[in-house]
Design a protein around this ligand. Structure first.
Ligand code: VGL
Ligand code: ZN
Length: 249
């Protein structure tokens, strides 16, 4: 186990900080004369990706994210502003390699080395077909067009909705979005520092202009993961916005 080492992968590090910061100012740049209220009106080329709002990540769940339930109301409202909404669903096999229970002597939130790199070990969660893996019944998202499941290979985790943790296996989401003419991704949900961040970073990597909606997301924050995720998203050129930018537009 790697002690205090960052749980975030090194592949995200260090690139493009300056140009990302520049891009952020130009793209977000529609600041109004007297204030800093940004306004974004979704178009048919935009998609809203709602990440892992599942019972196990909500209060009382197996891997509860603090205040995770506070994302539900903004997500329900935001979804109504978009012509394209997709959802992700963490969907693990029993005994999945990301579960601490699958590694003797290891406890949840410890880090181990797997074939593809460092892996944070989690409590058993989001087992296929379980109530914990089901979406919250307070989500009101009848407009969702696609549910992308991830983490279903027994020996590979997948925080990202685009590429599994082996950094190689694709989920097919980029192809689906491209084929539908989508150019911008707006990402929110659970958890900010894992599935939301990795999904957003892979979206930019796949060529989509990408925004994380911070107040419609909540983080787990283990071993400094929230600060690391924020840093890595900024470096990757992911823009961070508040839901009001869209709800008020
Ligand atoms: C997630 C840890 C393990 C997430 C999923 O949705 O952020 N985090 N599996
Ligand atoms: Zn998981």
């Amino acid at each position: 186990m790697s002690g205090k080492k960052s749980v975030f992968p090194s592949r995200r590090d260090a690139v493009l900080i300056t140009s990302a910061a520049l891009a952020a100012t130009t793209v977000i740049g529609r600041k109004q004369a007297r204030g800093d209220i940004m306004s974004i009106k979704p178009t048919p080329e935009d998609v809203f990706i709602v990440v892992d709002v599942q019972n196990d990540f909500l209060p009382g769940g197996a891997l509860a994210v603090k205040n995770g339930d506070q994302v539900i109301q903004p997500i329900n409202a935001l979804a109504r502003k978009f012509g394209n909404v997709v959802q992700t669903q963490d969907w693990h096999t029993k005994g999945h390699v990301s579960f601490a229970s699958a590694h003797s002597g290891m406890k949840p939130f410890e880090v181990t080395k797997l074939a593809y790199g460092d892996q944070v070990l989690w409590p058993d969660h989001c087992v296929q077909g379980s109530q914990g893996a089901a979406f919250s019944d307070r989500l009101d998202l009848p407009m969702v067009q696609l549910v992308i499941r991830k983490g279903y290979h027994p020996n590979v985790d997948s925080y990202s909705a685009f590429v599994e943790a082996d950094h190689a296996t694709k989920t097919g989401l980029a192809g689906y979005l491209r084929e539908r003419g989508i150019t911008r991704c707006f990402v929110a949900g659970l958890a900010t520092d894992f599935c939301v961040a990795w999904t957003a970073m892979d979206a930019t990597k796949a060529g989509f202009d990408t925004y994380v909606i911070e107040d419609a997301s909540r983080g787990i924050d283990t071993l400094g993961s929230l600060a690391a995720a924020t840093r890595n998203m900024d470096a990757a050129g992911v823009k961070r916005i508040q839901s009001q930018a869209i709800l008020g537009a």
